[in-house]
Design a protein around this ligand. Structure first.
Ligand SMILES: Cc1cc2nc3c(=O)[nH]c(=O)nc-3n(C[C@H](O)[C@H](O)[C@H](O)COP(=O)(O)O)c2cc1C
Length: 194
């Protein structure tokens, strides 16, 4: 993830289009495609996002100051209703639209997969990106600021821009969990000999 961007290098519109074009190739349960993307490109639009999500009396910490340099923000929204309606169709047959039928909320999962496509496109295009969450208490203000229908979920935001040089992520010190820990063969807890 890239959390600080070159403010003097705008992102070409074609790159944003390619990223969004790839996002809509993500898999979705029942091919429901219950996602929307609100793309913020102008300083005023981005400022509206930051003022809806931060306290103007607080000095931004380095994380926030870095992310605020992003020239593009893409709000990734999921739409539960689209899934409930899609799965009420005859080939799926969940006509009662009971949310309890869902093993997990595929609408949020699929929107996350679409966001991953944006992240991967950024890498291919030589850009940097970061997927980050919006604090729940700020959601109402964000929805209001951008006329987002209230039945959507704000799954996350992707910032996009040309990366500035950055120190190696401190999080890497945590170490990546290896296949010998996370891959279970045959049954949970059984790992192949290394
Ligand atoms: C669901 C999800 C939520 C995340 N939320 C944030 C966030 O709020 N802020 C942030 O800086 N990074 C966020 N990330 C990015 C992770 O911190 C990042 O993938 C991880 O730390 C490894 O990347 P890094 O080494 O570049 O930090 C999120 C990632 C995911 C998948």
């Amino acid at each position: 993830m890239v959390r600080r961007y070159d403010p003097d290098r705008p992102v070409p519109a074609e790159v944003v289009n390619t990223a969004l074009g790839n996002a809509i190739r993500a898999p979705s349960a029942g091919f429901s495609q219950g996602w929307d993307f609100v793309v913020l490109t102008s300083p005023e639009e981005r400022e509206a996002y930051w003022s809806a999500t931060t306290d103007p009396d607080d000095e931004p910490d380095s994380w926030l100051a870095g992310l605020m340099t992003a020239p593009i923000l893409i709000l990734c929204l999921s739409d539960e209703g689209t899934y409930l309606r899609r799965y009420a169709e005859p080939d799926k047959g969940w006509a009662d639209m009971d949310e309890a039928r869902w093993p997990v909320h595929y609408w949020d999962i699929d929107t996350g997969m679409a966001a991953l496509m944006i992240l991967l496109t950024a890498v291919d295009a030589g850009l940097g990106a970061c997927f980050f969450g919006t604090p729940p208490e700020a959601h109402d203000d964000v929805f209001e600021a951008f006329d987002i229908p209230r039945d959507r979920n704000l799954v996350g935001v992707v910032s996009l821009g040309y990366p500035l040089p950055r120190p190696r992520s401190g999080r890497l010190k945590r170490g990546r969990r290896g296949l010998d820990q996370v891959a279970h063969y045959g049954r949970f807890g059984q790992h192949p000999p290394t």
